[in-house]
Write a protein that binds this ligand. Sequence first.
Ligand code: LRH
Ligand code: MN
Length: 426
Amino acid sequence: MKLSFEQLQEYNQSVYSTHRDELGFIDNQLSKGGNDVNALVEKIKAFQIAIPSWALGAGGTRFGRFGIGGEPRDLEEKLEDIGLLKTLTQKTNSVSLHIPWDIPSDYTAIQSKAESLGISFDAMNSNTFQDYGQLESYKLGSLGNAKKSVRDQAVAHNIEVIEIGKKLGSKGLTVWLADGSNFPGQASLRNSLQWTQESLSEIYQAMPEDWKLLLEYKPYEPNFYHTIIPDWGTSSLLCKSVGDRAKVLVDLGHHLPNTNIEQIVATLMYQDMLAGFHFNDSKYGDDDLTTGSIKPYQLFLIFCELISGSEDGAQVWESISWMIDASHNTKDPLEDLMQALEMISISYTKALLVNRKKMTNCQMEGDVVGAQECLQDAFQRDVRPLVREARIQLGGAADPIGFYRKMDVRKNLIQKRGAESRSTGL
Ligand code: LRH
Ligand code: MN
């Protein structure tokens, strides 16, 4: 559904005076504290996040799935929905495709569609955790399967994904393995790791020189006794064994309860081994809930480590990939993604406000309270006017969800695509 620039400007005009007052208030506060508000807004504008192609329809669990209607029926319509998110939020300009869910039927058509919407192709995702008609089943694993023929098939699939990505201009391959076991004795823990290392090495060799391998870890599910790549340490070990363009992908939902994820981020940046993120949130397991909806302070602390790590030269900011990976069981997928983009921007902006010089002094002097007060002072600020200003300056909607509802976008999508249309993905 195309939303006209005029409609958007007219809507922004209707809320502009409130925005100007709120912006003036925080501008005044921050300028007093020596912050350069214009520089902050420029940083917020530059921070773009990739949208997962598999999260534009209603997700589900083994207990059920509740369709939302008007879901994209093919890759073209998925690009249209991401174009809509771009228009409204000005926070995303790329898509992360999942193969075979999103194999382009016509490359030229897909590329010109993406171009016309100003969308590029971020990291590609392979899929060796489902059976989709391939010769050998992945039931008992893929790159780490005891059967060489299955490992070879999984390697070939990843190389096919690289070939698809090369045609679309992608520069990265994300590998997540469901591989593992459900019972002690079912798998050789050491051999399956060895086989996985050998398979990843073959895949790495097949990657173009300017590509990176993003190796995602996950402690459990769908296997519930062991997972071959359960944590950042194992992912990092495998990455270092295959090559220096292989780094660790941090999916926020892939941690055991109470794991200190910001410390994992600091440790990976310390080694220049952070590939990027799959942003989401969770209360218990890999819940794939809206980013920042459950643990907003953790997300803020993660951005604090990212900013200090890049400012101190531990890892280059531009070398890190930013993607959402969520599943929408009870929300409109587009509203959920707009909320996630907003929370990521807010957490990044709050982290930019931390007075790092003062905090470092407190740390060096052992002033525990003083150090925490530096974080609290930034975290407790309402930075939404800054995020909104950045969006408006780029031509986006002052309130993306407000405008999306005012224009009845979902109703229009249902009229065009039908109430039963279903998007590929999880
Ligand atoms: C695994 C995962 C992985 C994707 C899948 C859709 O839980 O996070 O990143 O391939 O979700
Ligand atoms: Mn993920």
